[in-house]
Write a protein that binds this ligand. Sequence first.
Ligand SMILES: Nc1ncnc2c1ncn2[C@@H]1O[C@H](COP(=O)(O)OP(=O)(O)O)[C@@H](O)[C@H]1O
Ligand SMILES: [Mg+2]
Length: 269
Amino acid sequence: MLRVEDLRLSFGGVRALDGLGFEAAPGEIVSLIGPNGAGKTSAFNCVTGFYRPTGGRVLVDGTDVTGRRPSAIAALGVSRTFQSPRLFRELSVLDNVRSGTHLWLRQNVFDALLHTPRFKRGEREATDEAHRWLDFVGLRGDRAGLVRQLPYGEQRRVEIARALARRPRLLLLDEPAAGLNHGEKAELLDLLRRIRDLGAAVALIEHDMGLVMEVSQRVVVLNFGRGIADGPPGAVRRDPAVIEAYLGRDADEAELAAAREEVRGAGTD
Ligand SMILES: Nc1ncnc2c1ncn2[C@@H]1O[C@H](COP(=O)(O)OP(=O)(O)O)[C@@H](O)[C@H]1O
Ligand SMILES: [Mg+2]
């Protein structure tokens, strides 16, 4: 569903991406991990058209979308969430999620202006579907109220529901567990599995190693804009290059041993 080839991106002198490649298949969760500044979000921005890469290719279901606009890429079934939630703060919870349905709901200006039966049917369909996705993500709280009045963890759920309302074939989630408490993380783990079971290809950026190791079919490790490891969680966890990347070359032996323990101990085999 997604193939990224030799992706390059520079900001002035900074090489955010330096020959990154990875793939994501339907029904699979592929996690991107790596230190802060490794290029994970930049990779998502190139895939979704927010950044134009300076080299390499992005293929969505075989179509070369490199350098296309975000709306054109979204129309191919690509949907994302952001590192900090970007919701319509002055809209209700329900309307935020309804906004995700406009991609597949076919309505024209004529129907909308005249409130034709087709328009009303479409509106009802959008509302029903938004409720279904809010049920799916397990939203607690008032759906008619403003989204900004929800607690942070619930806002993150709304953002995922909106992304799902677009009926994506490829879903990119940028640090969905950031800022969540322990219980919310456990619920997120379950939600990620249910999203995968819908058959979408899921690319996940996440710092919580336990979550990554538990939920991913494959893990891609980034450092300085390139992939330094790519494989099943068990193999990546034991990769010395991965452990070193998390601490840097200057780490002393005691620190390295501690990092090894942390990376190995994460998740279960
Ligand atoms: N819009 C931008 N302008 C300038 N530099 C950027 C921009 N976006 C990202 N970078 C730089 O690219 C590198 C990778 O950043 P990012 O992709 O956000 O990393 P990560 O998500 O892995 O923490 C960093 O050095 C960051 O400062
Ligand atoms: Mg990031």
